[in-house]
Design a protein. Sequence first.
Length: 78
Amino acid sequence: MEATDAFVGGGAAPEHRLKSIGIAFEPALGAERLMTAFRTWSPPIIGRIDSDRFILDLKAADAEDLPHLARAVKHALK
């Protein structure tokens, strides 16, 4: 877990920066591979790649999402 910056808005020019927290996976795990594993999970989990690391920002995660997220992480790390 690490501090992250999340953004409100989308496209090429997000409008507002928010302090957040995220799960950052080491580059050795393969950011592209992890992105694919999470996006093909049902329902999909969307993260981002930053500095060769895959990051799941938790800004929009609710407590009830955490068991689903934990199962997805276990699946992606296999």
